[in-house]
Design a protein around this ligand. Sequence first.
Ligand SMILES: *Cc1c(COP(=O)(O)O)cnc(C)c1O
Length: 366
Amino acid sequence: MGERMYPAVVIDHSKLKENAGKVRELCGSRGIRVAGVIKGANGILSVVEDMVDSGIDMLASSRMEQLARVKDAGIKAELLMIRVPMLCEIQELVRVCDLSLNSEIRTLEAINEEALRQGKKHGVVLMADLGDLREGFFDPEDLKAAALHVENHLEGLVLRGIGTNLGCYGSVMPTEDKMEALASLAEEVQGLIGRPLEIVSGGATSSLMGVFDNYMPDTVNMLRIGAGILVGPLDETCTCYHYDQMKMLNDDCFTLEAQVIEVKKKASHPQGTLGVDAFGHKKTYVDRGMRTRALCAVGGADFGDPEDIIPIDPGVEVVGCSGDHLILDVEDAPEKPAVGDVIRFKTKYTALLRLTGSENVHIIDK
Ligand SMILES: *Cc1c(COP(=O)(O)O)cnc(C)c1O
């Protein structure tokens, strides 16, 4: 085997399988099906396979390209499109996905026509906007009318359920009243169509709150989980607001490895007249005197915000980055790195999303 190339994201498949299995078991014990959301790791097939090996039987993404890759790889699971579909991707949606989240009659009619053309039945989950103000019917009456329309007039569609999304734009938490509102809306729809809904989808990783705190109504029977499985308890904002129970999950399924290209003792405050940095931002710098710095060949173009990567070794501190360089303070490291050494980082959700989508980053199986 040749030398490892950097920057690299190294995937620990046994830890990932453990996370997926634990989330599935926890939810399963409350009658909740888990759709494994793969977008946070760019739908990497080996990650998808870990989810499926752990017993997850529905895979979801906001990106059609990722779902198409899963479909074309012949992976056995239902495929759910979780970003309300564009009119320009309906043909691919019907070819690739078994079901999708929806909020527009116009789009539902286009999916219906395409499904009839392809001789398929496409599953529909109607989204209710319970106040987070991203996708979904804002007026419950509109959702009920759409449900009746799909049920009675759109032969190419199957109304499989309703759902909601919280904590994305509006930072609204999946509190008990929100879950109860979703459950009672589901019950109203069931009354209208005269049959039970297969899916009542109560949100994403943040909705694990309702499972941990035991307030999830029985009617809510599905969650769409990405961050919880992929990055575990690391990403405080995404994952349940410091819920202790998240600690049962691994936070190091993915590690970023970057190679050191320069090590030097330098001033910590820039010298000269200060304007703006590489991203056009005016910044302030703390003068800590002369410090040993390591420069790594990975940058904001790969991981986004330097706050979203966390050095694993003690004494290594992220100072900043430009598009293709990462600057570390290693003054306090017990062993100072040398050129050619590799520095390892845990990755928060957004960094993982970007790293796995960067063509400059090598994906390595541990
Ligand atoms: C991204 C997304 C999810 C998964 O969110 P996580 O916080 O990663 O669990 C679920 N539902 C929708 C609609 C999404 O866009």
